[in-house]
Design a protein around this ligand. Sequence first.
Ligand code: MN
Length: 262
Amino acid sequence: MRILVTNDDGVLSPGLTALAKALAKIGEVWVVAPDRERTAAAHAVTLHKPLRVQELGKRIYAVSGTPVDCVNLAVLKLLPAPPDLLVSGINKGVNLGDDVLYSGTVSAAMEGTILGIPSMAVSQEGQERFHFDAGARYAVRIARLILKDGLPDETLVNLNIPDRPFSAITGVRVTCLSRRRFDNPIIEKVDPRGRTYYWIAGTRISWSRSKDADHEALEQGAVSLTPVHLDTTNHRALERFRKWEMGRRPVAATKPKSKKRS
Ligand code: MN
């Protein structure tokens, strides 16, 4: 069993170390991760500069690129064969709801899914100190289930761990992605030379799209497990848009009914 571990907090992050150590119980772990923090790198790939790879130890590599670069290099170049599982994390901080669009942690798991590898992103709620041991134990538990059962087509697992010790976690809930925005997201300041600069920050506000939202699970002290699908097509909207008048119709299209003029 070969397991690829990556993240977006950098190869030296304690969250990655805890995850790699725990997963070593169930397989041969390969670590290929960014050489520095790449949080919020989303799905970026490096196309216009060289990527350097540094071997830090046995099956541990630091890459001068993004999380998605790391997954591609690992799967297509560094590993002797594609891994049976990819686990990204453990991220310092949650990746709930709309976060999946910005998160390098989740994007690494998305890239794994694109490459046909069962993939999971693991993120830990917290501020300065994180219960990575709790996150790692749940990551191993879910990893075993993924290896046993597989994942649906084009689907990755987004796992979020509440900020509490392992013994105080109330279980695992299968959830949907929530919505979120930030209050006061752009902060304006003046630098020591008198010039204005901006900082993207703000206070998080989450709300549910539907019942079983991921943020509610964490509020109740449970682990949140969301199946995330790569196909972001809005299938329910297809018919609505096909009714739009968009110029020339395809030859096979049925003739529209002629409108009565009043
Ligand atoms: Mn991060």
